[in-house]
Design a protein around this ligand. Structure first.
Ligand SMILES: NC(=O)c1ccc[n+]([C@@H]2O[C@H](COP(=O)([O-])OP(=O)(O)OC[C@H]3O[C@@H](n4cnc5c(N)ncnc54)[C@H](OP(=O)(O)O)[C@@H]3O)[C@@H](O)[C@H]2O)c1
Length: 334
């Protein structure tokens, strides 16, 4: 028997979750039966969308059940195999995060070819966050020559990639993030043209107007709320908004107030389009090809913020909402 520690959701939080909403449990794993593999996780991802899964409400992914291990993107190593398709030492990606180890049918994990990248990049820049930035900018916002691009949550996993793709395509980019360290990262490492430390400006709409005196063509929205209002107020006619996420609303204990400047969508002929990345898997190979080409010429940079040990996973998750991460928030498990 092998033991594995795992994190379970104990309560459905109302408003901002706390450490008390999670519990740490230990389970024993038997030898994998025929067709199964045993995997020891090395890395797991914590992601803002998981907050929605803590509510017992309809969503595009089902709610987490109480009292069982939570799920999420993870990368691990096969330690025992009872299936021909995988052997010990193979790296695999699965949705069995929030635990140290697990048994699963071999066809429920995906063998990972890292193409020379560190494995954890497939939870960030080369994984869902990077792919989300790619789809949102190039296909949802339909980036066009000369566009001025505004990105919120710019120092995070999705936002940092959105900034870089827009710069690679030759655009003027304005990046909003919370705090001096994050805006310096956006400017110095991601190469954006202007930054806004939204936590220190008295008026976000005025700050954006100063950074983009002629207005913005594209808004990549990771945040919603006040950022979306500021972008609407500063949009040029025929502006295009990729609504990727609205993290400022995820912990609202009651219905969020709503968007104040939505009338601009009418008067300026704007297009606002939301998207969920799971609906765009057909673009995955194009993303992999472009990313490989950009990476080969040293054009993609990434950072990660790492917590250690499964017992730290709730803290890492909560840190997404207080902005503790620069780049991708990860938990190293072994
Ligand atoms: N549509 C899709 O398919 C899809 C896929 C993946 C992710 N997403 C969305 O993309 C967004 C970014 O996700 P990520 O994984 O890259 O996370 P992330 O940006 O790496 O981490 C979250 C960041 O959000 C910022 N934040 C937290 N609360 C905020 C608030 N009230 N107002 C403004 N900023 C706040 C914090 O940065 P600061 O310190 O700068 O505040 C924090 O570091 C999220 O909205 C997520 O739900 C959507």
């Amino acid at each position: 028997m092998v033991t594995s520690r795992e994190i379970r959701l104990k309560n459905r939080p109302v408003g901002m979750p706390t450490a008390d909403d999670f519990e740490l449990a230990t389970v024993e794993l038997p030898t994998p039966v025929e067709g199964q593999v045993q995997v020891r996780n090395i890395w797991m991802s914590v992601d803002p969308y998981m907050r929605g899964r803590m509510n017992d409400a309809p969503n595009y992914v089902p709610p987490f059940a109480l009292g069982v291990a939570m799920q999420g993107d993870a990368i691990g190593e096969v330690v025992q195999s009872n299936d021909q398709s995988l052997k010990p030492g193979d790296l695999v990606q699965s949705m069995n995060g929030w635990r140290e180890a697990f048994n699963a049918p071999a066809n429920k994990v995906r063998k990972l070819d890292t193409h020379g990248l560190p494995p954890e990049a497939f939870l960030g820049v080369a994984g869902i966050p990077g792919f989300t930035a790619y789809v949102g900018l190039l296909h949802i916002a339909d980036l066009r020559e000369g566009d001025v691009v505004f990105v919120s949550g710019a120092a995070g996993a999705v936002g940092s990639m959105a900034c870089q793709i827009a710069k690679l395509k030759g655009h003027r980019v304005i990046a909003s993030a919370g705090g001096v360290e994050k805006t310096a990262f956006a400017k110095d490492e991601l190469g954006v043209d202007e930054t806004i430390d939204y936590k220190s400006v008295p008026d976000l709409t005025a700050a954006l107007a100063m950074a983009a005196p002629d207005g913005i063509d594209v808004y990549f929205d990771n945040v919603g709320g006040e950022h979306l209002d500021a972008a609407l107020a500063n949009a040029k006619t025929f502006g295009r908004f990729a609504l990727c996420g609205m993290i400022s609303d995820y912990n609202a204990a009651s219905q969020p107030m709503g968007v104040r400047n939505l009338l601009m969508a009418v008067t300026r002929s704007l297009r606002l389009q939301g998207f969920v990345i799971l609906n765009y898997v057909n673009l995955q190979s194009a993303f992999a090809k472009d990313l490989a080409a950009w990476h080969a010429v040293g054009k993609i940079k990434w950072r990660q913020t790492v917590f250690h040990g499964v017992e730290q996973a709730p803290h890492a998750f909560l840190g997404l909402f207080s902005g503790e991460n620069i780049g991708k928030m990860l938990v190293k498990l072994s």
